[in-house]
Write a protein that binds this ligand. Structure first.
Ligand code: NAD
Length: 266
């Protein structure tokens, strides 16, 4: 059965890809498009497809009341996503969220809100299947090579650092190596502040921001006389679309917060 979706942030880099992917899919129907820019424009034409008759609106609440979608897909900005989700989940509509930058308190609030309203919210810091596998393989590797650092590389318009994927990877790696204490040389000093990156329980995370990159991450493991690098590259935003569409299809039956695409891949 077809799933009817509203895309919020539909005119952004990711939002336009989602619009394209929905228009090409047979079963996830673009029922509404919300953005602050290109209001009134045809969402399909603005995303580089044929006109689809869905016009970009700027009022999320009014769109949800008019369209009554099965699911809302949010690719907006860290500072507005919580407001969008309070509105969406408050109406009992499930959400698929790619926007990054949530705090642990935000996640707690969203879980409570979704559960109270009998709907679901999937927050996936990374919708690409390859990235999910990269995290899974790294979590396996750290059991045998517990000393690790992460390098994440993104385009220079990204607002949050470290990336949602890098923080999720660091959290999972720290949990998987079960209390191992990773320390550098006791006399190590940063000549320039930040040279050693940010630290999550001793796992250093380095964020690169340059034009030309999309979304990339390396997890580096160091052992006695050997290193292991697990690297994932999203070469275009298309790489996220199978995951987004899969989530739209599966979220209707879920309740509460699901964090990470792999929660839908079991
Ligand atoms: P972008 O800046 O190109 O797009 C954001 C869009 O949101 C813009 O069109 C903007 O006008 C719109 N917007 C802002 N406030 C709004 C509001 N209140 N209501 C409706 N629309 C609003 O950004 P992007 O590169 O498309 O990334 C969007 C988010 O997705 C970021 O948080 C980014 O980190 C994240 N992201 C996630 C994944 C993933 O796989 N989870 C992949 C890439 C990017």
């Amino acid at each position: 059965m077809a799933v009817r979706a509203v895309v919020v942030g539909a005119m952004g880099r990711m939002g336009k890809e989602v619009v394209k992917a929905m228009l090409a899919s047979g079963d996830v129907v673009l029922a509404g498009a919300v953005d602050r820019s290109s209001v009134g424009a045809d969402a399909g034409a603005s995303a580089g497809c044929a006109p689809c008759g869905v016009l970009v609106a700027d009022d999320l609440a009014a769109t949800l009341d008019a369209v009554k979608p099965d699911v809302v897909v949010d690719f907006t900005r860290p500072e507005v996503v919580m407001g969008n989700l309070r509105l969406t989940l408050g109406k009992g509509i499930s959400a698929v969220v790619g926007t990054t930058g949530f705090t642990p308190d935000d996640l707690k609030e969203l879980d409570g809100l979704a559960t109270a309203n009998h709907c679901g919210v999937l927050i996936a810091p990374n919708f690409s299947v390859g990235a999910v596998l990269m995290m899974k393989l790294a979590t396996e590797a750290i059991r045998y090579m517990p000393r690790a650092e992460i390098i994440e590389l993104h385009h220079d318009q990204k607002l949050d650092a470290p990336s949602g994927t890098a923080s999720l990877t660091a959290e999972r790696l720290a949990a998987a190596r079960g209390g191992f204490l990773q320390q550098g040389h006791p006399d190590e000093k940063e000549k320039w502040s930040g040279a050693r990156g940010a630290s999550h329980e001793g796992i250093r995370v380095h964020s690169v921001r340059l034009p030309g990159y999309v979304a990339h991450q390396e997890v580096l493991f160091g052992g006695l006389g050997e290193t292991l690098t697990i690297r994932h590259d999203s070469l275009s935003r298309e790489s996220f679309m199978p995951g987004v569409l899969m989530a739209c299809r599966k979220m209707e039956k879920r309740t509460g917060l699901l964090y990470g695409l792999e929660k839908l891949m079991d």
